[in-house]
Design a protein around this ligand. Sequence first.
Ligand SMILES: O=C(O)COP(=O)(O)O
Ligand SMILES: [Mg+2]
Length: 223
Amino acid sequence: MTPPLAVDIDGTLTDEDRAVHPPVLPVLREWDAPVVLATGKALPYPVALCEFAGIERTVVAENGGVAFVHATDDLLFLGDREAAQRVVDEYVETGHELGWGSHDLINRWRETEVAVSREAPLEPLQRIAADHGLEVVDTGFAYHVKSPDVSKGRALEAVAERLGRDPGEFVAVGDSINDVSTFEVAGRSFAVANADEPAREAAETVLDTAYGEGFLEAVERVR
Ligand SMILES: O=C(O)COP(=O)(O)O
Ligand SMILES: [Mg+2]
């Protein structure tokens, strides 16, 4: 039987230049079991990707802070932005910038965490986050200020329950530290070849191929 998928977006369904790897689209569309896109990005991004890929909008966004389940029409909030906002306000007050320019489209639709550019200094952000009981996760694409209780894996458990599935039925594919929690709850886990060290260590299998081609390799292995 075809297993349900929990798939990261950036670095896993994309190419090196961050554009979606076109051959993944028909694979997602024709997959004969639930597909959950699980990303660090704000909710509109995976929702739009589902729309344009022609699949059900079942997604985990903001590293598990928000989730939507198409089949049950459930919108879940598993994190809360206020604490993360206090951290970045203090970061800005002490002279730093989030680094997204004058129109911050990265955080505009973010509801439970705040993202900071990787060009901004990390150490003061980590220090302020720790003072507020939060953490900073470096996905390789951005620094995410979030609650340590929020994760893609925990959100996947909530989504799986609503889909009437066990999280252990899922096959997870990802590329970075924010996918480790997904790997821990899924039954099988694959890190694409471009994955960072924490993802490689947590995954059951490290794939031979990178980026979107790595995702295609993973689905070939479980089909
Ligand atoms: O937004 C990020 O920093 C990473 O996004 P991803 O979880 O889809 O890889
Ligand atoms: Mg990723």
